[in-house]
Design a protein around this ligand. Sequence first.
Ligand code: ADP
Ligand code: TRP
Length: 319
Amino acid sequence: MRILSGIQPSGILHIGNYFGMMRPAIALQAEGEAFYFIADYHALTSLKDPATLRENGRRVAIDFLACGLDPERAALFRQSDVPQVTELAWILSTIAPIGLLERAHSYKDKVARGMTASAGLFTYPVLMAADILIYNSDIVPVGKDQKQHIEITRDLAVKMNETFGEIFKLPEPRIHGATETVPGIDGQKMSKSYGNTIDIFGDEKEMRKRVMSIVTDSSPIEAPKDPDNSTIFQLYSLFATKEEIAVMCEAFRRGGTGYGDFKKQLFAKLWDYFEPMRKRRAEILADPRYVEGVLERGAQRANEVAEKVMARVREAVGL
Ligand code: ADP
Ligand code: TRP
């Protein structure tokens, strides 16, 4: 079984990325052959600063490894180290219906938020389909916001198979129910473009400050509170034990505890949860060549698979 996912190096990783995509992806690396990459071609649709793109890419690799990606099991590589994906993206674009791309929520949202509607932003899902199909992927672990992109990938794979014969497998999204949309400190989906993130590797003061700024209603301390509508409780439930979740749930319902106290409990738990990852990250940072070595080996493995699939595609379409 081949598992594949990508993450854009368009900013610093937050706990929405971690619980929505990275933790499930790391868990899956034991179940098959995993390919995880840094989507730098995709990030170019929003990021036009070369030094930042390069630096973020390296940081995403370091942070992913620190969070538990095992390079002996999973290949970790830069998307642009396998330039064949752009060749496949071109071929897919020749069969991709414009109407299908026009329906993409992600494109519409980005343009609505003021991003320039470039051709690259419009065909973003075609490149993503190429990423997935070029590695014969079976399973794609992602957050819910990426579901439509995987449906588009399947549509393009079907269209290619109908037009040129059976070339591609149809990939399945793997969306982890409990963490499909992690809320940010304002209660909306956590996203770097909304400025509502809690970063995984922020320093202690910064992480505390973000947690303490979670928006709540104005119930007084004595009042019973509704855990199901609380961002604090939702975030806590992502990683606390069953018993701890039950204790917090009960304290919400009973009343007598203020939101400030719940936030302190959430912060303490969050800080502890990421402690081993901060340690691992410090070790990785101490050896600057380590990450480059991992990315080079990852790119080699990815190239071998991509080249085989591309040979089949070129043959099938007549190139
Ligand atoms: P952002 O929205 O901050 O720009 P990305 O689009 O780079 O994040 O997302 C990278 C991965 O993390 C994707 O698989 C995405 O589904 C997942 N992800 C991002 N934010 C969340 C969230 N708030 N909840 C669940 N998954 C998320
Ligand atoms: N579009 C994804 C995101 O913003 C990143 C991505 C690019 C991806 N190519 C992919 C994810 C292939 C899964 C598979 O998060």
